[in-house]
Ligand binder design. Structure first.
Ligand SMILES: NC(=O)c1ccc[n+]([C@@H]2O[C@H](COP(=O)([O-])OP(=O)(O)OC[C@H]3O[C@@H](n4cnc5c(N)ncnc54)[C@H](O)[C@@H]3O)[C@@H](O)[C@H]2O)c1
Length: 344
């Protein structure tokens, strides 16, 4: 039997545990996995691009567990009442190849993306950072704000979105969550005075959500929306005066902000910072940039975390996903012994 976490169970689990405590605990799982980065089987995710968006498979494995996520990115979707990003995932036993867990991952992706942002920002933002600017207030935004508050203490949020309804929604939610919220009138207004800037917009173009002129010395930039070929958020000049941190360079080079500056552009592996091999921020006036695209190990950590937390609880049910004949060589027994059904 395979453990199964559906949307309702995920929703109830997160609501019961609380988003912020879960984010903090998930960061600990991520850090464990980032510290043993070299033990993982790594490959850039496998995308299927179309004029509508992208569908991607994100696999990775260590010696014991294999995980993958199925995820889409369709910026056009909200205009037809659908979400930009949805996902589900699987965790399997490497020794037998049998799946152990099948789970919804739209909510889990929002948690893991926010946890990764905060894990990076803890090393890359100035220690005295207080103000968080958020550009793009869609599905990921509240999770991003909560992670920055829980892990870095950023309770002041300056928010901007080109869609007034999405901005209203964020202001309403963030105010109810106890944030001090500034409803910005533009991207420039949002980042004015901010210490950490998160861009989480969705568009299928090389957009300029953040211009070089908007970026001040000492800022940490957390660019999560540019995550596909031809889909970026920052003016390239920003990269040239930033220290840029990446998850997995071969994938980020194709999907991230660095696609605009090329393969020779110097970057730092985030895992080396987490492991203490490389410094994070090195001065108060440095501009740091986490060029986040979302890598399979992030999802592996989230799947591992979920399994450890919900196994044996009512949040995980069992589904009969794998055919198991009594004689493992007699798969046919499952159909030959079934009663015949007339097709007429
Ligand atoms: N790096 C990662 O690991 C990761 C994980 C999840 C999602 N993402 C990406 O993050 C982005 C946001 O995801 P989401 O689920 O919140 O999408 P969403 O569609 O729910 O929200 C995106 C918001 O961006 C706004 N927007 C678009 N262009 C803008 C602009 N120029 N200025 C200001 N606002 C603008 C839209 O109006 C919308 O409200 C997507 O591009 C998605 O692919 C990245």
């Amino acid at each position: 039997m395979v453990q199964f976490v559906d949307v309702d169970a995920m929703r109830r689990w997160i609501s019961h545990e609380g988003v912020e405590p879960l984010l903090e605990d998930l960061v600990a799982y991520l850090e464990d996995d980032y510290r043993r980065w070299e033990q993982f089987d790594k490959t850039p995710r496998v995308p299927a691009h179309s004029e509508h968006g992208v569908i991607e498979l994100m696999p990775t494995a260590d010696a014991e567990l294999y995980g993958f996520k199925y995820v889409n990115g369709h910026p056009i979707n909200p205009s037809r009442g659908l979400q930009t990003v949805t996902a589900f995932g699987v965790l399997s036993d490497v020794a037998t190849g049998y799946p152990l867990l099948l789970t919804e991952m739209s909510l889990l992706t929002a948690l893991r993306t926010a946890a990764v942002s905060a894990m990076a920002a803890r090393r890359l933002a100035r220690p005295d950072a207080r103000v968080h600017a958020l550009i793009g207030t869609g599905s990921q935004s509240e999770f991003q704000a909560l992670a920055m508050r829980r892990l870095l203490g950023l309770n002041e949020v300056r928010a901007w979105d080109v869609d007034p309804a999405a901005l209203d929604k964020f202001v309403r939610n963030a105010t109810a969550l106890g944030f001090t919220v500034h409803r910005a009138t533009s991207g420039a207004d949002a980042v004015d005075g901010a210490d950490v800037v998160t861009t989480c917009t969705a568009d299928k173009v090389n957009a300029t959500v953040l211009t070089d002129a908007m970026v001040q010395p000492g800022m940490h930039l957390n660019a999560i929306g540019g995550d596909s070929p031809g889909k970026t958020e920052l003016e390239p000049a920003i990269l040239r005066r930033s220290e840029v941190f990446v998850e997995y360079h071969p994938q980020t080079l194709v999907e991230g902000e660095i696609q605009s500056v090329g393969a020779d552009f110097p970057t730092v592996d985030l895992w080396r910072v987490i492991d203490g091999q490389r410094p994070g921020r090195t001065s108060d006036d440095q501009v740091t940039l986490f060029d986040s695209v979302g890598f399979a190990i992030n999802d592996f950590s989230a799947l591992r975390f979920l399994r450890d937390r919900v196994s044996g609880t009512p949040y995980a049910t069992e589904i009969d996903l794998i055919a198991e004949p009594t004689d493992p060589k007699d798969l046919f027994s499952l159909v030959s012994l079934a009663p015949a059904v007339s097709h007429r």
